[in-house]
Design a protein around this ligand. Structure first.
Ligand SMILES: *Cc1c(COP(=O)(O)O)cnc(C)c1O
Length: 378
């Protein structure tokens, strides 16, 4: 992207224009919609199995199991590994709360581990200190679309015989040492919530894995614990990927790489052209390809940056304002301010700038110029 015009125009920049993806693909989406409706088959049909094949191939794994949403994907993996009461699961202290809720669903104990200040991803050096004889699994999150240091995490997991469950909900198509997220641990959970890099037009999720036994068990768990209709081996759930959503996802999957490339262009424009000393830009690990689900900057007075951008008609969001350990939902653990200080500081100082496959160049230029003017022209 070349920046030529000095753009600070009076137009508004929304955080994300979800409707644009529909507009771009309207004909294709309408045609698959009609195909599914005409088929008369609306649950676990051909579209779901085809999407599962295609997404498994995309991630470079042998199995994909479509489920209701990203939280269920993580929950069903933990359940299939028989993780529950009395077990401990290591999670990042700095993540969207769904990572934690999946662990709470199965009754296991959450063990939060602080992030690396550079990348905001879980710090492998801190993981080993948190392991006890009760530890059963680690759930690294590829936060904002940047893959976590998986070699280090897999080595620790091997040493202590732990499951590695990727939370890949923000990292569709991201690469670690040339390999796709979703293929980097024992199993991975994806969300296709509309705003994700690969998003449905409603709730949807999936699990990817190379483990045949795990895959078979999750296929049963998502469908009442049943493999053969009306025969139930397990006390399962109802968490199936919707047939219509699968049809939409098959269309959108073909555009994912193109849209991720567009995100990379925008992120690189920000990285190369935002030069405000009050603002810390995201830092990238070596050997990774970032999916840029979010472009998150850090500054000591985040709220004032947010109002400044708002006054220039630029929408931003905070991912996330309150760390999971200080949420009322986890009051029973008695964590306090200061329990996980690195995560708390991050939560206090981050701001997400608009990024998305349909953002135009004037919007990108405007954001760069306005951000660079912050605290200078007041
Ligand atoms: C979105 C998200 C989830 C949950 O996905 P849903 O489909 O909304 O249930 C889990 N983990 C992370 C990191 C997410 O961003």
């Amino acid at each position: 992207m070349t920046l030529t015009v000095k753009e600070t125009g009076n137009f508004s920049v929304p955080f994300l224009e979800l409707g644009e993806t529909y507009q771009e693909l309207k004909n294709e989406l309408t045609s698959v919609f009609q195909k599914v409706m005409d088929s008369g088959w609306y649950i676990l049909g051909e579209e779901v199995s085809k999407f599962e094949e295609e997404f498994a191939a995309y991630c470079g794994v042998t199995h994909c199991i479509g489920v209701g949403n990203g939280l269920d994907a993580l929950h069903l993996i933990l359940k299939a590994y028989d993780i529950g009461e009395g077990d401990e699961v290591i999670v990042p202290s700095n993540t969207f709360i769904a990572t934690w809720l999946a662990v709470s669903y199965v009754g296991a104990k959450i063990i939060p581990v602080e992030p690396d200040e550079r990348t905001f991803n879980i710090d492998p050096h801190e993981i080993e200190k948190a392991i006890t004889p009760q530890t059963k699994a680690i759930i690294p999150v590829h936060l904002y679309g940047q893959p976590t240091k998986m070699d280090e995490i897999n080595a620790i997991a091997k040493k202590y015989d732990l499951h590695v469950i990727e939370d890949a909900a923000q990292a569709h198509g991201a690469l670690y040492k040339g390999k796709k997220t979703g293929s980097l641990g024992h199993a991975a959970g994806f969300s296709f919530y509309p705003g994700k890099n690969l998003g449905a037009f409603g709730d949807a999720g999936a699990i990817t894995t190379n483990d045949d036994i795990l895959a078979e068990k999750i296929r049963m768990l998502r469908n009442y614990g049943s493999k053969v209709k009306y025969t139930h081996q397990l006390k399962g759930y109802n968490s199936r990927l919707d047939e219509l959503q699968a049809a939409f996802l098959r269309v959108k999957l073909r555009y994912l790489d193109k849209w991720n490339e567009r995100r990379v262009l925008i992120a690189n424009a920000y990285l190369n052209s935002i030069s405000n000393k009050n603002i810390l830009l995201p830092k990238l690990d070596e050997n990774i390809n970032h999916a840029w689900h979010l472009f998150v900057v850090r500054t000591s007075d985040r709220n004032s940056l947010q109002s400044y951008l708002k006054s220039h008609h630029i929408d931003t969001l905070i991912h996330y304002p309150i760390p999971p350990h200080l949420q009322q939902a986890y009051a029973e653990r008695n964590w306090k301010k200061g329990s996980f200080p690195i995560s708390e500081d991050i939560h206090n100082e981050v701001l997400s700038l608009p990024i998305g496959p349909h953002m135009n160049e004037p919007s990108v230029q405007k954001i760069i110029n306005v951000v660079n003017g912050y605290l200078l022209d007041e």
